[in-house]
Write a protein that binds this ligand. Structure first.
Ligand code: KG4
Ligand code: ZN
Length: 376
């Protein structure tokens, strides 16, 4: 089969496919999101709904999330297409997060995307959600200079906490990750103990501004250890112990502020140490990139800026709307996969046969091009 090429940009393979804008869908957790990107990666429209129904439960309830995606997605997709000024028939492809994540939401988003792609006679691209976070900083316009490979990614969100060597499209090496809670999960649990709302990270950061980061000498789990694994559960327990004496009485605000500031500093110190180790575990990276909701944290950003400067590389954190779950990153990852297929002389990918998966290791992403090459 001959690759489906247009002659646009044929020499560098950058925008050979898809043959029209891509509609992308994100539904792996509690954000229902759609975006439309041009084949080159210009964002033509984006919409996201953060499901609020989970706040009352202090965490994401998978069944509620799946039902909400089902209720919200058709209308959100229609409004996103309208906002782009296009019609469905102008689309060149449809993409959706197909894993890893909460399986109910993934089934809703991926099947909606596949159904639409089939009805329109366009290809469907199954996107790995972590790969989408990993590549988000390469979206045109996010950083002043194009971020080249390899780069070091710190992914810190409510569900993930890991360092990745991003060596190319489909080539991701996990350098280390959490052995218990994700960083955002630890922020959320501690915020709950302090009586703050959910999600707790932003509220804890706000309260910490009133507190003293040196007030409590919290442990720095795994700091100095070889490798770059993370652990936050001991830190959480240490904080719980400080709260115990107050029993059922409300914590004085100044104590809660000192606890917040000391906890936040401990998390930032641990992450700084782990990232320093990650640098030593890979070929010198071009850039240090942070993604995920926790990358919004100011104290953490200061630590990461310092480590990047020590290694003489830029520190890039995409704007918050691209750090937290969104569909723009899903569309961009799908485009990167299409562009890479074009560079390799492969046909436009079509993943209608790929099933949603709650777990989908990044190490498998390299195979997609080999499998595609075999099928040609
Ligand atoms: O990436 P994200 O929106 O969703 C996923 O988990 O996939 O990340 C949400 C997490 C929550 O745990 C939230 O508490 C945390 O990111 N977060 C923060 C901050 N903003 C959001 N943690 C610390 N400081 C912040 N400013
Ligand atoms: Zn995510």
């Amino acid at each position: 089969m001959t690759p489906d090429r247009t002659d646009r940009n044929a020499c560098d393979g950058q925008a050979l496919y898809p043959r029209g804008p891509i509609l992308a869908i994100e539904s792996s957790c509690d954000e229902t999101a759609c975006a439309i990107l041009s084949p080159e990666g210009e964002v033509l429209a984006e919409k996201v709904i953060s499901q609020e129904a989970h706040a009352a439960f202090g965490g994401v309830v998978p069944e509620i999330a799946a039902r909400a995606h089902l209720a919200l997605l058709p209308d959100l997709a229609r409004k996103t297409v309208e906002a782009s000024g296009l019609t469905l028939h102008d689309l060149g492809a449809v993409a959706a997060s197909t894993g890893p994540g909460l399986i109910g939401g993934l089934i809703v988003g991926a099947n909606f995307g596949k159904g639409l792609a089939i009805a329109l006679g366009k290809p469907f691209i199954a996107v790995n959600h972590i790969e989408a976070h990993a590549l988000s900083a390469r979206l045109p316009g996010v950083s002043k200079k194009n971020i080249s490979f390899p780069f070091l990614l710190l992914l810190v969100s409510g569900g993930h906490c890991q360092c990745l060597a991003v060596e190319g499209i489909g080539r991701y090496r996990r350098l280390g990750g959490t052995i218990d809670d994700a960083a955002g999960e630890a922020f959320d649990k501690v915020a709950k103990m302090l009586g703050l709302g959910w999600p707790g990270g932003p509220q804890l950061e706000a309260l910490a501004k009133e507190g003293n980061p040196a007030a409590f000498a919290f442990p720095r789990p795994l700091k100095g250890r070889a490798g770059c694994d993370f652990s936050f559960s001991g830190l959480k327990t240490a904080l719980a112990r400080q709260i115990e004496p107050y029993g059922n009485t409300a914590l004085p605000r100044s104590v809660a502020a000192d606890l917040s500031a000391s906890f936040q500093q401990a998390v930032a110190d641990v992450i700084e140490d782990r990232v320093r180790h990650a640098f030593a575990m890979m070929e010198p990276p071009s850039t240090l990139v942070a993604a995920g909701g926790v990358a919004a944290n100011g104290v953490l950003r200061t630590s990461l800026t310092r480590i990047a400067a020590e290694h003489d590389v830029p520190f890039v954190a995409p704007p918050l709307r691209l750090c937290t779950d969104n569909a723009v990153m899903v569309g961009w990852a799908a485009l990167e996969v299409c562009h890479e297929a074009a560079r390799r002389g492969l046909p436009m990918p079509d993943d209608r046969a790929v099933r949603p998966r709650p777990r989908w290791p990044l190490s498998e992403m390299q195979e997609r091009f080999a499998v595609q090459a075999e099928a040609v």
